[in-house]
Design a protein around this ligand. Structure first.
Ligand SMILES: Nc1ncnc2c1ncn2[C@@H]1O[C@H](COP(=O)(O)OP(=O)(O)OP(=O)(O)O)[C@@H](O)[C@H]1O
Length: 749
C-alpha cells in the first residue's frame, strides 16, 4: 500500500475541511450580521434583510450537511483533468474560484457512476474515498484504462467492495443517502431529463425510495430557480416512513421540500380516524367524484310546482315559484362555476325577478296602460327586497352556501348516488374525526363548492383603502417636514427642485403596498398551508397505495404534471390502491408518461428473497422477484410453536446481543400480547425506528428495513386483509441480514 498516496489524499481532505470551516464561519457571520441589522426604515430594508438571512441560513445548512462524507470520490481523466467528487461543490478562495470538490450532481461527476471498463468515459482511474469524520479510512481505486500501467497500491479486486460494505452495514433506523454508490441504472433515473410523469417500478429493495429522493436532490440542483419558488412535494404512505426517510435530503444539503402523507394534504384537517377496509375502498373509488358532484347539484333546489315559497314583504307577499327558481338555477349553472361561486348569479336572478314581480303588481295600470313606475322606483323596490333578510333565508333554502366540511359531513351522514346500497352503508358516518380516506373527498368538495371569497375581498379592499389614506397622511407629513428641514439650509432655494423626496417619486397607493406585511415563509412552508399550491415537482413513494380519489387530489397540486412516481404493484396493501399505471395516469396524461424498471435488490439477501418469492408463488406461480445483489450464507429459519409470543420474545433477546435493529412484524391482533412480552420494543402509530426493537403491523413495515426481522403468524397476515399476500410479501422482504418466521401451532383465537 502506498502510504504517500494515502497521505496526499488525507492532506487534501484536511485542507478541504479547513475551507469548509472558513465558508461556514463566513455564512455564520453573514447570518449574524443580517440578524443584527435592525431592518428599520422601509419594509424594503426588512425584506432584504430577511432574504439575506434565509439565503445564508440555507447555505449554512448545506455547508453543515457537508460535515459528514464531504468528499467521497476522485476522477482521473486521460487528458490530465483530476476532480474530487463530493456531497456539495466547494471552490477555492482564489480569483478563478477554482473548484476544489465537484458536486455529485454536476455533469462532470457522471463518470463516477457510469464509467466501466468497456465505456471508460475518458477516465483512467476512479477512486472511492472512505472517510470517518475528517479522517481518510480507505481508498479503493478502479483502473479503467488498462493501457495505463500506473499503480497506486490501492487497486481494488472487487469493484463492488464499497457498495457491499454499505449494504452490509448495521441499520440505524434512519435511511441514509447513497451518493457514494449510486448504480448506473439508478443514475439514469435520478438524472432523467423527462419533464413529465416518470414511473419507477421495481421489486422490494431495488432502491426506488433512494432513487426518488436523490432525484429530488438532483432536480433542486439542476432547476434551482424554478423549484425553490414552487417547492418539491414528497408523498409517502405513513408518518413512520416519512420519519425514516426525513434525513436523506437534509444530509444532501436540500431543505426546500415538503414531506407529507396524502392524509396531510388538506390544510387545517388532521385525519386521525380510521375506516374499515370496505369504507376506505368505497371512499377511494373514482365513482365517488361523480357521487359528490351529484350530491352538490342536489343542494341546488327549486320549489315543487304549485308549492311556491311565499315571503311576506311590506309591499305585499313575494312569491318564488318553480318557474322563477328553475330559470335562475339554469342561469347560475350555465356559468359552470363551483357551487358557492355560482350562487350570487342565482341570488341576483331571483332578486331581479322578485323586483319585477312587485313592480308589476304595484305599478300596474288597471286600464292596461304602461306601468306607472319609473326605473328609479323599480330600483328602490329592488333595494328594499335585497335588504329583506326573509328573502335571503328563502333563497338559502334553495341554493345554500356550503362549507367543505359541513357538506361532506352531511353527505356521509346520508350517502347518495352510489350504485350499491351496501357501499352507502359502509361509509355512513355519524360524526367522529376525519379519516385519511376523507381527505381526498374534502379536497373534491372544495373544488365542487369553491370558496366565495367576495366578503374577504371586500374586507381586504377596505383595508387597502385605509392603508392608502394612512399613507397619504404620511406623505403629507413628509412633504411638510421637507419644507421645514430645507428652510434651515441656505442652499435650499436653488437646489430644492432637484432633491427627490418620497413625495415626488411615489404615490400613496404604492407607498401603502410597500408597507404591507411581506410573507417571509419558505416556499415549502407556504405550500403546506395552501390547498391550491402548485408544486414544481411531486414525488410519490409507494404510489401503488393511492386511491383514485387521492390521485385526483395530487394531480390538482401538480398542474404541470411534473412527477416521479415510484411503486411496486406486488406490494399493494391499501384496499383502495389502484392496479395498473395506465388506468391511474390515463385520465390525466393519456399515454404521455415514461416507465422505467429497477431490477436489482440491494436490501434483501438471496437466502431471504428465496423464501419471500416461494411464498408468493403459492398464489402466483410465475412470479419472478428482483435479483439480490448479495448473499450472506445465513438461511432464514421457520418454526411452528405453541407459544409464538414467547418464541418471539426469546428470539428478540438473542438478537439484542447483536448490533443493529430488529423488527417484529405481526398482525395487529397479536400486538397486545407482544407488547407485554417485549418491554424494550417501540410500537404504536409512529414508532421510534431508532430503538433496537420495533413492533409493527405489516402495513407499517412498508418501505422500512431492519437488520433482523421476525415475522409472526404469516398465515394470519395473509388471511387478514384484501391484499394479504402483498402484506406478507412486504413483511418477508424487510431484512438486510437475518429473518425468522414464527407460526402458531394453533390458530390464534
Ligand atoms: N446504490 C446503492 N448504494 C447503496 N445502498 C443502496 C443503493 N441502492 C439501494 N440501496 C439501499 O438498499 C435499500 C433499499 O432501498 P430502498 O428502500 O430505496 O428500496 P425500495 O425499492 O424503495 O424498497 P421497498 O419497495 O421494499 O420499500 C436501502 O437501504 C438503500 O439505502
Amino acid at each position: 500500500m502506498s502510504t504517500e498516496e494515502f497521505r496526499n489524499e488525507q492532506q487534501f481532505i484536511t485542507d478541504l475541511y479547513a475551507r469548509l470551516d472558513d465558508l461556514r464561519d463566513q455564512a455564520e457571520a453573514a447570518v449574524e450580521q443580517a440578524l443584527r441589522t435592525p431592518g428599520v426604515g422601509s419594509s424594503q430594508g426588512r425584506l432584504e434583510r430577511d432574504v439575506m438571512v434565509a439565503e445564508q441560513s440555507g447555505l449554512l445548512s448545506a455547508l453543515n450537511a457537508g460535515e459528514s462524507g464531504l468528499c467521497f470520490g476522485r476522477l482521473v481523466f486521460k487528458d490530465g483533468r483530476d476532480h474530487h467528487i463530493g456531497r456539495l461543490g466547494i471552490r477555492e478562495d482564489d480569483p478563478n474560484r477554482t473548484p476544489l470538490v465537484v458536486d455529485w450532481r454536476a455533469e462532470i461527476a457522471r463518470p463516477f457512476y457510469l464509467a466501466t471498463g468497456y465505456e471508460p468515459m475518458g477516465l483512467t482511474r476512479r477512486r472511492h474515498i472512505t472517510t470517518k469524520g475528517r479522517e481518510v479510512v480507505s481508498l479503493h481505486d478502479e483502473v479503467l484504462d488498462l493501457a495505463d500501467a500506473t499503480r497506486t497500491g490501492h487497486e481494488s479486486r472487487n469493484a463492488d467492495e464499497v457498495l457491499l460494505a454499505a449494504l452490509d452495514a448495521a441499520r440505524t433506523g434512519r435511511m441514509h443517502d447513497i451518493v457514494q454508490t449510486i448504480q448506473a441504472e439508478q443514475d439514469a433515473i435520478i438524472r432523467s431529463p423527462h419533464r413529465g410523469v416518470l414511473v419507477v417500478e421495481g421489486g422490494p429493495g431495488t432502491g426506488k425510495t433512494a432513487v426518488a429522493l436523490h432525484r429530488a436532490a438532483y432536480l433542486l440542483y439542476a432547476h434551482r430557480e424554478q423549484l425553490a419558488k414552487r417547492a418539491v412535494l414528497i408523498v409517502g404512505p405513513n408518518p413512520a416512513f416519512l420519519g425514516y426517510i426525513g434525513n436523506v435530503l437534509p444530509s444532501l444539503g436540500e431543505t426546500g421540500v415538503l414531506l407529507a402523507t396524502p392524509a396531510e394534504l388538506f390544510p387545517g384537517v388532521r385525519a386521525t380516524g380510521t375506516d374499515t377496509p370496505r369504507a376506505a375502498a368505497v371512499k377511494g373509488a373514482a365513482g365517488m367524484a361523480d357521487a359528490l358532484a351529484a350530491a352538490v347539484r342536489d343542494r341546488q333546489q327549486v320549489p315543487e310546482r304549485g308549492e311556491p315559497l311565499i315571503v311576506p314583504h311590506e309591499d305585499g307577499d313575494l312569491v318564488i315559484d318553480w318557474d322563477m327558481a328553475l330559470e335562475a338555477r339554469h342561469k347560475a349553472r350555465e356559468t359552470f362555476l363551483p357551487h358557492n361561486l355560482a350562487r350570487p348569479y342565482f341570488v341576483f336572478r331571483i332578486l331581479d325577478a322578485l323586483a319585477e314581480q312587485l313592480a308589476d303588481r304595484i305599478g300596474a295600470d288597471p286600464y292596461g296602460g304602461p306601468n306607472f313606475l319609473g326605473p328609479d322606483d323599480i330600483a328602490l323596490l329592488a333595494k328594499g327586497i335585497a335588504a329583506n333578510p326573509d328573502v335571503h333565508t328563502a333563497i338559502d333554502t334553495l341554493w345554500p352556501p356550503l362549507t367543505q366540511q359541513g357538506f361532506l359531513a352531511d353527505y356521509l351522514a346520508e350517502p347518495t348516488h352510489l350504485d350499491d346500497e351496501d357501499d352507502a352503508a359502509a361509509i355512513r358516518r355519524d360524526g367522529g374525526p376525519w379519516t385519511p380516506a376523507d381527505v381526498p373527498l374534502l379536497d373534491e368538495a372544495a373544488e365542487l363548492l369553491g370558496e366565495d371569497d367576495s366578503a374577504l375581498r371586500a374586507a381586504e379592499e377596505a383595508e387597502r383603502q385605509k392603508q392608502i389614506q394612512y399613507a397619504q397622511g404620511v406623505l403629507d407629513v413628509s412633504f411638510a417636514s421637507r419644507t421645514y428641514e430645507f428652510e434651515d439650509k441656505e442652499e435650499l432655494d436653488k437646489d430644492a427642485s432637484e432633491v427627490l423626496s418620497a413625495h415626488d417619486i411615489i404615490d400613496a397607493e404604492r407607498f401603502a403596498e410597500r408597507h404591507e406585511e411581506a410573507d417571509h415563509r419558505t416556499a415549502a412552508e407556504r405550500a403546506a398551508a395552501d390547498r391550491t399550491w402548485a408544486f414544481g415537482h411531486i414525488i410519490v413513494d409507494e404510489a401503488q397505495e393511492l386511491s383514485a380519489m387521492a390521485w385526483r387530489l395530487l394531480m390538482r397540486r401538480s398542474p404541470s404534471r411534473s412527477m416521479t412516481l415510484v411503486g411496486d404493484p406486488a406490494q399493494t396493501g391499501d384496499p383502495a390502491g389502484v392496479g395498473a399505471w395506465q388506468s391511474i395516469l390515463g385520465p390525466y396524461v393519456e399515454d404521455r408518461w415514461q416507465h422505467v424498471r429497477l431490477g436489482v435488490n440491494y436490501r434483501t439477501p438471496a437466502e431471504i428473497m428465496a423464501v419471500a418469492a416461494e411464498t408468493r408463488r403459492a398464489a402466483e406461480p410465475g412470479f419472478e422477484p428482483p435479483r439480490s445483489v448479495r448473499s450472506t450464507g445465513v438461511e432464514p429459519w421457520d418454526r411452528t410453536v405453541d407459544d409464538p409470543v414467547k418464541e418471539a420474545a426469546d428470539a428478540v433477546a438473542a438478537e439484542l446481543r447483536e448490533e443493529g435493529r430488529t423488527a417484529v412484524i405481526a398482525p395487529a391482533e397479536l400486538h397486545p400480547g407482544l407488547i407485554a412480552a417485549l418491554p424494550e420494543a417501540s410500537y404504536g402509530p409512529k414508532p421510534d425506528l431508532t430503538r433496537p426493537v420495533v413492533l409493527l403491523d405489516p402495513r407499517q413495515a412498508k418501505g422500512l428495513e431492519f437488520d433482523t426481522v421476525l415475522v409472526v403468524d404469516p398465515d394470519g397476515i395473509r388471511e387478514g386483509a384484501t391484499h394479504g399476500i402483498n402484506d406478507l410479501y412486504v413483511a418477508l422482504t424487510r431484512a438486510t441480514q437475518r429473518m425468522g418466521v414464527i407460526r402458531p401451532a394453533v390458530t390464534p383465537a
